[in-house]
Design a protein around this ligand. Structure first.
Ligand code: SF4
Length: 326
């Protein structure tokens, strides 16, 4: 392991000062420590932020939710308002990782987690994300788990988070604090597609610290849920997944929020699916017709062509589960 120094931030100001000097924030450490052991990550300074007061889950009067960046995955999934108002978030969290990891890992860390591309984690392999300009071993390698949407010549890795898919669907906002003050970033802009710079993964400035993820209020009633398709039923990353939220009133779909995971270089908002749903009456035929758009623009690789059909079926099934069978 690369030698590093460790400092524990006593307050937010101290954390930001250390971050501005190049320190790397750590809280649950469930991803970063593994990557440091494998020398994929080699930070010189770790800034432990786990003692900062950023753990609260607050419910706004309008029904929105503000989840502190240091809230644990498990406690977020168990929160009564999360479960009642946004089950898609609770389900995405409960289908992630293992119970032990969910007790340690934080919401902020979860959305910052790095790809599970095996070549990224193998320091002997070419990887533009780990070593810019070195190439991409996955393009001509074994790419069954890789992305079919949002890829570039430089990188085809998927984003591994489940709850980020729910946040993308619900159009959450990421609140950050930095040397120049506080700002918030639409979730759709927070995680970056690889383009020609896959090593840059988030729209964060130097030293900026995530303070919370905000889910805006949604019209009630809102039915929602998360479906994850994977090679085994626990402790596995998604082949495909679908986060669906529907507001149905008077027998008509008034609002549809849909995103997919396991298929994109970032959580993939399915705007064409949403557009096909709004203003329509729920029916099995509608779910099939809307889901047919789920893989629009997909560019499968040699080993992951199956994801095109699997994604459509995943979205169709979850639309039926959330919207009902007719
Ligand atoms: Fe690296 Fe991305 Fe290629 Fe994987 S897909 S080897 S992360 S550049």
């Amino acid at each position: 392991m690369h030698p590093f120094s460790y400092t524990r931030a006593a307050d937010t100001r101290g954390a930001l000062d250390a971050g501005r000097r190049g320190g790397r924030y750590i809280a649950g450490g469930t991803t970063l420590v593994d990557l440091m052991r494998e020398t994929v990550e080699r930070p010189d300074t770790l800034v432990d932020i786990s003692g900062l007061p950023l753990r609260d889950i607050l419910v706004a009067k309008d029904g929105g939710l503000r989840i502190g960046a240091l809230a644990r995955m498990a406690e977020t999934a168990a929160h009564p308002t999360v479960r009642a108002a946004f089950p898609v978030v609770a389900q995405a969290l409960e289908l992630s990782a293992s119970a032990q990891l969910r007790n340690m890992a934080t919401i902020g860390g979860n959305i910052m987690q790095r790809t599970r591309c095996t070549y990224f984690r193998d320091v002997s392999a070419d990887c533009n994300k780990r070593e810019p300009g070195s190439g991409c071993a996955a393009r001509d390698g074994f790419n069954r788990m890789h992305a079919i949407l949002g890829t570039s010549e430089s990188c085809v890795a998927t984003h591994p988070s489940d709850v980020a898919v729910a946040f993308a669907a619900l159009e959450a906002r990421v609140h950050v604090l930095g040397p120049d003050g506080a700002r918030d970033i639409p979730f759709a802009d927070f995680l970056l597609r690889p383009g020609s710079t896959p090593s840059r993964e988030q729209a964060l400035g130097k030293g900026e610290l995530i303070t919370a993820v905000e889910i805006p209020a949604r019209p009630r009633p809102l039915r929602s849920g998360y479906l994850k398709v994977r090679d085994r039923q626990s402790y596995e990353f998604a082949l495909t997944s679908a986060a669906v939220a529907l507001h149905i009133r008077g027998g008509v779909i008034r609002e549809a929020k849909v995103a997919a995971g396991g298929v994109g270089t970032v959580p993939w908002k399915l705007s064409a699916v949403e557009q096909a749903l709004v203003g329509e009456r729920p029916s099995d035929a509608l779910w099939t017709a809307a889901a047919a758009h789920a893989a629009d623009g997909a560019r499968p690789l040699h080993h992951n062509r199956f994801k095109v059909a699997l994604l459509k079926r995943t979205v169709e099934r979850q639309l039926r589960v959330v919207g009902g069978s007719k």
